[in-house]
Design a protein around this ligand. Structure first.
Ligand code: PMP
Length: 397
């Protein structure tokens, strides 16, 4: 083999290609029932209302909506987001603290650009969101991780992680986490806020799923408990459409200047057209009513998935009981490999994501992520029966 002519930057050395993208290639076969992707239910996209909004935005104000616009983002959209924090939590967020980003994934990129030097410590949940792990790897972060139980990060491990040399960043997804579906309880939020009170560690509170709570009570954002050195991220991906690529970041005025500069250098601004379509859509439609319709479908799908697990899965497979969001998480007995289950499952034409890649410490080979948002009830029923049979086979080896 000739030597590659390319000399890549060292930051590419430790970045793994997204394992999930690889799996999605395998599961593109329509005969496979896939619980692998992290996709919303496309039937719930408000396509007709967005088409109407797009038509009127382009026809009525093309010279503005097709033009370049500000890096900070559309003022009306920022006012809408601030209003929603007030409505949902009584939380005061100044629209000027909000930066519209190209999905919340870009908010993570901007934060990493603004704050991370090579070798800086980043604390993540275990398991943690793979898209953030991949991103922070690009910035040559040194990872540490804190395990999650059903109520959030393990208190002792969190105390230990925050009491040594302070990590530069602590990245968290406190509501219906991707991948585990776990939500931090009120007590864990208060504990974390207390531990972080005098700490220089920057907290990233990534909350793309928070609106999708179909059981229990909404929890106060960590941002409200510890506003200083905390960045709150949100997204329209799971409540309107991910294809629009519109998310946001709430930042203090000093950081905002740096983050806006980073965004300018990255993409100038988020699509003017996507933002204007959203503004029009949000003005003409009731987002809360739309979110209710998503929640009722996801709740039925989640209930069916949990019911099939309880009925059909071997009792040693433990599963989380998410109160919202799009994922649930299964832990198999120690020593059982979810990769073996995956191989068996693909033969039976059902797929999920083995949990190992969500762990920065190389553990988690016995875990699995299942998505319940993207399959209707019929496919969930058939898929879970197939998966139960595969698990029986692998566990009885
Ligand atoms: N954070 C988490 C926890 C996610 O699961 C996702 C989407 N998979 C994102 C951020 C990125 O979402 P988007 O860029 O579409 O807002």
């Amino acid at each position: 083999m000739p030597q590659t002519p390319w000399v890549f930057a060292s930051r590419m050395d430790n970045v793994r290609r997204s394992f999930i993208r690889e799996i999605l290639k395998v599961t593109a076969d329509p005969s496979i029932i896939s619980f692998a992707g992290g996709l919303p239910q496309p039937g719930l996209f408000p396509a007709a209302a967005l088409a109407k909004a797009a038509e009127s935005v382009i026809a009525g104000s093309g010279s503005e909506s097709l033009q370049y616009s500000t890096t900070e983002g559309d003022p009306e959209l920022r006012r809408f987001i601030a209003g929603r924090y007030k409505l949902r939590f009584g939380l005061d967020v100044d629209p000027d603290w909000i930066i519209i980003t190209t999905g919340s994934q870009q908010a993570l990129d901007l934060l990493a650009k603004a704050f991370l030097d090579p070798g800086d410590g980043v604390l993540v949940e275990r398991p943690g969101y793979i898209g953030a792990i991949q991103l922070f790897s690009l910035f040559q972060a040194e990872f540490a991780s804190v395990p999650l139980d059903d109520d959030g990060p393990d208190p002792e491990a969190l105390g230990a992680a925050l009491s040594g040399p302070a990590p530069k960043l602590f990245y968290s997804v406190p509501n219906f986490q991707n991948p585990s579906g776990i939500t931090w309880s009120k007590a864990r939020r208060e504990l974390a806020a207390g531990l972080l009170a005098d700490s220089p560690t920057i907290l990233i509170e990534d909350d793309p799923y928070g609106e999708l709570r179909f059981l229990g009570e909404h929890q106060t954002p960590l941002y409200a408990l510890r506003p200083e050195r905390t960045f709150l991220l949100g997204s329209f991906s799971k409540v309107v459409s991910p294809g629009l690529r519109v998310g946001w970041l709430v930042a203090d005025p000093e950081s905002r200047v740096k983050l806006v500069t980073a965004k300018q250098a990255s993409d100038l601004h988020t699509s003017t057209l996507a933002q204007r379509i959203l503004v029009r859509y949000l003005a003409e439609n009731d987002l809360s009513a739309h979110v209710e319709s998503i929640k009722s479908a996801y709740r039925r799908q989640r209930d069916l998935m949990v019911a099939r697990i309880e009925e059909l899965f071997p009792p040693e497979a433990r599963c989380t009981r998410p109160e919202g969001g799009m994922f649930l998480w299964i832990t198999l007995p120690d020593g059982v490999s979810a990769y073996d289950v995956f191989d068996a499952a693909i033969k039976e034409k059902v797929a999920f994501v083995p949990g190992g890649p969500f762990f920065v410490d190389g553990t988690g080979a016995n875990t699995m992520r299942l998505n319940f948002s993207n399959s209707d009830e019929e496919r969930i029923d058939v898929g879970m029966r197939r998966l139960a049979a595969c698990l029986d086979k692998v566990l009885s080896r």
